[in-house]
Design a protein around this ligand. Structure first.
Ligand SMILES: NC(=[NH2+])NCCC[C@H](N)C(=O)O
Length: 210
């Protein structure tokens, strides 16, 4: 088959958008952090996710995807670590006692710690998702390589990073606008429990799903 580079780029653009937008662990952790801690930590979570994607893009561009095929235990290890992390995030949302989203009067040091923690949540959640690992390997072996010029491959990587950042930042901005927060504040406990339950369910599914 002889796909033109334009066809390939369109395919990559479309496949990426679908993968980014379809709800999964990253989406759940964005919900958890934006609703719990507000806009700043929500955006820090989105940035963490995007940095996780930078890592996926980097090892894929370096041609290290074959490691996962060669050492199957690598993917298994990522899967169990990711599952445990999601269950932990979910349980902490289920058991959370925090008040008022965004905690406007939080001391500066607390606020910085919140941002760092939120960034780490997004980063780890993304990096430990075996489906994202497989997404990159499949995309770069089936659609991008081997004839695609390196500059185009780097451009595709940058596009995938930006697509994650833009989508998840957009979700955070929507969730933390005043109207949405008013609704959320009336249902705070239920929503936090619901999101926590989803995270635990995603973790358990990841652990038992082959
Ligand atoms: N290309 C990917 N698989 N990206 C990460 C997954 C994004 C997915 N929509 C989620 O919310 O978890």
């Amino acid at each position: 088959m002889n796909f033109s580079i334009e066809t390939n780029l369109l395919a990559v653009a479309g496949i990426t958008l679908l993968a980014v937008i379809s709800p999964g662990p990253d989406f759940a952790v964005i919900l958890r952090n934006a609703l719990r801690s507000g806009r700043g930590p929500g955006l820090a979570t989105a940035l963490g996710i995007a940095c996780g994607v930078v890592v996926h893009v980097t090892y894929t561009l370096l041609g290290l995807g074959w490691l996962v095929a060669r050492y199957a235990w690598l993917l298994t290890a990522i899967r169990y670590a990711g599952a445990a992390y999601l269950v932990w995030l979910g349980c902490s949302a289920l058991l959370s006692r925090r008040e008022a989203s965004g905690r406007p009067q939080a001391p500066a040091a607390d606020a910085r710690a919140d941002l760092r923690q939120a960034f780490g949540n997004g980063f780890l959640c993304n990096i430990l998702n075996p489906k994202t690992v497989l997404f990159f390997i499949a995309l770069f072996t089936q659609v991008v390589a081997p004839g695609t010029p390196l500059a185009a491959q780097v451009g595709i990587g940058a596009y995938i990073v930006m697509a994650h950042l833009a989508w998840f930042a957009f979700v955070v901005l929507v969730l933390t606008n005043p109207a949405a927060l008013r609704v959320f504040n009336n249902w705070r406990r239920a929503v936090e429990r619901g999101v926590g339950g989803c995270l635990v369910a995603l973790g358990v599914t990841l652990a038992i799903d082959n």
